[in-house]
Design a protein around this ligand. Sequence first.
Ligand code: PNS
Length: 163
Amino acid sequence: MSIAVCPGSFDPVTLGHLDVVRRGAELFDEVVVAVATHAGKAPLLSLDERVALLERAVADLATVRVAVVPGLLVDFCTQVGATVLLKGLRGGGDYDAELPMAWMNRHLSGVETLFLPAGRQVSHIASSLVKDVARHGGRIEDLVPDGVAEAVMARLGATRSGD
Ligand code: PNS
């Protein structure tokens, strides 16, 4: 059985992430969407919120599940029996950021990273840009799966009011 792990911070999940997950589900028997911690990035949404939004976004995909990575990503891959990490690439900037991680993960455990080119319709969508647009009052509904825009706006409102 072929199992791929699709890792990320998913802060928040976007239609770009979903495109990679959906295409991965066509290539592998099972895809585990893995919510992990990115050192140096303070997330806007809580871990529980990110997991819940992802679960809603992949609810129609029978061979996809969502899990939390408690430590090293490669240890999680071993735990779930995955030999491949699945990542989307929007352009050269992503490639430069992803390549050292792919090498490091292979060094640590032999796990390979498979890069899928981002779909043309979603190649401009990044979680960081989505949050920036939302912070400045722009519309993000057509950049993210259902329920995400509301969660982001609620969290931004709570942050502004000091919650
Ligand atoms: O969506 P992101 O923030 O680009 O995803 C990066 C992420 C979370 C996949 C990466 O930081 C990660 O793998 N974190 C888990 C801890 C780990 O294994 N670090 C070593 C990575 S080479």
